[in-house]
Design a protein around this ligand. Structure first.
Ligand SMILES: Nc1ncnc2c1ncn2[C@@H]1O[C@H](COP(=O)(O)OP(=O)(O)OP(=O)(O)O)[C@@H](O)[C@H]1O
Ligand SMILES: [Mg+2]
Length: 232
């Protein structure tokens, strides 16, 4: 398989401090180094509070590290100003740990919304959104209000929303946490299928089912108390 080596995502000596109520700082991530290349799937595991979600937010360009940098395709994304970072973020799809859907809107509208600034016609967006819902087995929910969905259904909508723009970098935080075995198998298969010569897929999960189905994880990282180790 020909691999497009131009896509890479590197975490270089990344630390993140958070201020406590009293004023003293606490390191949430400590000197994290990681390299992800095109075609790879990376799994990040670790106990509750280890810093998985925080690391994913940094990788997605949603916040800056206190120290160190995030480098995408050789460019220091974490140092860019907001306009450049926003443009870069269009290549990134993120599934948050909590779905962050808009209750007042339908499923289809929720999936379409993030695509609107990109200038495609609403008809095109509807088609893309329907395909994305279909691929997650929830096209029958398109017209429902998200507030009426189960937790597992909402989670699949949030995955469809992250995938609809066909991001080269797909980042997901516990995307099977609310899925039964059938749903988890579908989601894992979908993420495994997203690994292509020009993409990087990163998943944080406690869920052991990721290791039972297929071959998602080319790299497996363990976060312990803010420190990242690559397991062999
Ligand atoms: N906004 C915040 N302010 C201060 N501390 C925070 C904030 N967000 C997270 N933390 C702390 O950072 C640490 C890492 O949190 P994070 O959510 O990244 O963990 P996690 O590994 O994703 O956990 P889980 O498995 O429960 O999702 C935790 O101790 C948490 O309390
Ligand atoms: Mg988390």
């Amino acid at each position: 398989m020909k691999v497009d080596m131009s896509l890479s995502l590197v975490c270089q000596n990344v630390s993140l401090y958070r201020r406590r109520a009293g004023g003293s700082g606490r390191a949430i991530l400590k000197h994290v180094d990681a390299t992800l290349n095109a075609g790879e799937g990376a799994m990040i595991t670790g106990k509750t509070g280890a810093g998985k979600s925080t690391l994913l937010h940094l990788l997605a360009g949603l916040r800056r590290p206190s120290q160190g940098q995030i480098i995408a395709n050789g460019q220091p994304v974490s140092r860019w100003n907001t306009v450049h970072r926003d443009l870069w973020r269009r290549q990134v799809g993120i599934v948050f740990q909590h779905p962050h859907l808009i209750d007042e809107f339908s499923v289809l509208e929720n999936v379409i919304l993030p695509m609107i600034p990109r200038g495609a016609s609403i008809a095109q967006l509807r088609n893309l959104a329907r395909e994305s819902l279909e691929s997650l087995g929830i096209s029958h929910l398109a017209k429902q209000m998200v507030s009426s969905l189960s937790g597992g259904e909402q989670q699949r909508v949030s995955i469809a929303r992250a995938m609809v723009s066909r991001p080269d970098i797909l980042i997901a935080d516990e995307p099977t946490a609310h899925q039964d075995d059938e749903g988890a198998a579908l989601v894992i298969e979908k993420f495994s299928g997203w690994k292509l010569p020009h993409t990087i897929v990163i998943v944080a999960a406690h869920d052991q089912r990721w290791f039972q189905h297929g071959n998602f994880a080319d790299k497996h990282f363990l976060l312990e108390d803010g420190r990242l180790k690559e397991l062999q």
